[in-house]
Design a protein around this ligand. Structure first.
Ligand code: FES
Ligand code: FES
Length: 172
């Protein structure tokens, strides 16, 4: 089936079997291998993407769900800039990355949360990350990274408003 959707801000057309998983469309057809496969059963969150503003497990969805959709993957997070998104910077600064396998999913769940709640409570952060498992870092550093990300994004918004340039952060 021919599927048209928007991926990381750009229009994309793919011609794939309807029973292909979204995860495989991203990794094998579009070569967006930042989205990882852990369990393949909807349990670990390594395959998390943002679909129409909400986090989903791309291993559980068939390609047809992409028709007309707006998708964000880890590759699009910093937009056209060569630098890191503030969430990625915070994960590095707080030591919240070890093997990195869970990190794209963690970062996208963080982005979806902070898009909705710029100043989330600890409970809201825990809930937002409850579907993302990490086997090596431990969740303390990840929680700190999310809090720090939220502060950075709020600060950059304030700077943007003060300078009259709108948001100071590129969005993927
Ligand atoms: S690979 Fe999709 S939830 Fe684990
Ligand atoms: S950093 Fe290794 S699984 Fe999270």
């Amino acid at each position: 089936m021919v599927i048209h959707f928007t991926c990381n801000g750009k229009p994309v057309t793919v011609d794939v079997d309807g029973d292909m998983r979204v995860l495989d469309v991203l990794r094998d057809v579009l070569d967006l291998t930042g989205t990882k496969e852990g369990c393949g059963e909807g349990e670990c969150g390594a395959c998390t993407i943002i679909l129409n503003g909400k986090t989903v497990n791309s291993c559980l969805l068939y390609a047809g769900k992409l028709q007309g959709a707006v998708v964000e993957t880890i590759e699009g997070l910093s937009g056209d800039s060569a630098g890191l998104h503030p969430i990625q910077e915070s994960f590095l600064e707080e030591g919240a990355v070890q093997c990195g396998f869970c990190t794209p999913g963690m970062v996208l769940s963080t982005k979806a949360l902070l898009d909705r709640h710029p100043d989330p409570s600890i409970k809201e952060i825990e809930t937002a990350l409850s579907g993302n498992f990490c086997r090596c870092t431990g969740y303390g550093k990840i929680m700190k990274a999310v809090v720090s990300s939220a502060e950075k994004l709020r600060d950059s918004r304030e700077d943007g408003h003060q300078s009259g340039t709108g948001l100071g952060v590129k969005r993927g």
